[in-house]
Design a protein around this ligand. Structure first.
Ligand code: TRP
Length: 334
């Protein structure tokens, strides 16, 4: 007998073109999880979540969704194996969020660490912003997901989700598994300036950046501030150029770190950047080609997203029937 596959739900806000930090922090892992064949995979582009802070400028939402979908598929998420879909295309997320909002005390949401921080720093106080993690809970449990691959920063949201499940079960009986976080063990990729890579800092390299842009960014990367002359000792373990090469340069010489640290004049930062540049351009060559094809053919992307949404809706509507039955709603099957 074949064992039933576990359900895996992953999600990301449509921030547009993905950068190396997004790739190392999430996407590479999703592709690996998909390719184990162990999970039934749902990947949700959470556009409603994007509105919790970005409601004033919504014009970029659709192009960002397409870019992100193209990035996912080009990086190896296979629409046949993973249902890739847009959250707002599956209305069951909204219905479940509404029902959950009735049973969850607001203090549960007010004490989520990201809430106070962001509410203050971004000046946000909308109803939807407070509900952000509850909408995330709905995203997860509407698929009766078993596992959710996330970074450490998302653990409080997963913990809340499990509390939500327990409260629902206490009130109406069991419907959902308690979803487990699958914490991605990755190194936080530094940006081109050595700080955390982020869109807002402008220190990112996008997966789809054309070679001339990659060149500009790589050649102006920070290396080691204390290594001014070739003979000064370097600190490769803290140097973003070296760190990137350990990931993307298959031909990285084994003795490079030693040579750099000892100030061996046969190696220098400019040469190192050039080597990284050609490694990066090679590494993402197929990716870029696939991405261009996809973005030039919106009909194909639409078809992928539509078939993903169909599969998502099927699972989500089964869940909602169970939820409505458990809650004794009017005509639960509709
Ligand atoms: N909050 C998540 C983040 O910032 C995005 C997200 C929304 C999500 N819904 C989700 C992640 C469901 C995993 C599962 O990264």
């Amino acid at each position: 007998m074949t064992e039933k596959k576990k359900i895996l739900l992953s999600g990301m806000q449509p921030s547009g073109a993905l950068h190396l930090g997004n790739y190392e922090g999430a996407l590479r892992n999703w592709v690996e999880l998909q390719n184990t064949g162990k999970y039934e995979m749902f990947n949700c582009i959470v556009d409603w979540h994007a509105l919790t802070s970005g409601f004033e400028s919504t014009e970029q939402l659709v192009p960002r969704i397409y870019e992100m979908a193209a990035d996912y598929i080009s990086a190896g998420l296979d629409p046949e194996k993973t249902a890739i879909f847009v959250q707002s295309q599956v209305k069951e997320h909204a219905e479940l969020h509404l029902l959950l909002s009735m049973i969850i005390p607001t203090p549960w949401l007010e004490r989520v660490p990201s809430y106070k921080e962001k509410a203050e720093s971004l000046g946000l106080d909308s109803y939807g912003f407070l509900g952000y993690p509850l909408l995330q809970s709905a995203d997860i449990i509407v698929y009766r997901a078993d596992v959710v691959p996330v970074g450490k920063d998302q653990l409080p949201h997963l913990e809340l989700t499990r509390e939500v499940v327990r409260r629902f079960h206490y009130l109406y009986g069991d419907v959902f598994p308690e979803p487990q976080a699958l914490v991605t063990k990755f190194q936080v990729l530094p940006g081109t300036d050595g700080k955390k890579m982020s869109k807002t800092y402008g220190n990112f390299i996008a997966l789809g950046d054309p070679p001339d842009i990659v060149k500009k960014k790589v050649m102006s990367m920070f290396t080691d501030q204390t290594k001014i002359h070739k003979t000064d000792p370097g600190h490769p373990e803290d140097c973003p150029v070296y760190i990137y090469r350990t990931i993307y340069d298959a031909d990285l010489p084994a003795d490079l770190a030693d040579k750099c640290s000892s100030g061996d004049p046969s190696v220098g930062c400019v040469g190192c950047k050039k080597a990284l540049l050609s490694a990066l351009i090679d590494y993402f060559a197929d990716f870029r080609e696939r991405r261009e094809e996809l973005l030039a053919d919106k009909a194909q992307l639409d078809a992928f997203l539509e078939s993903g949404a169909d599969r998502a809706r099927q699972r989500a509507s089964e869940t909602m029937k169970l939820v409505r039955e458990a809650m004794h709603m009017f005509k639960p099957e509709m």
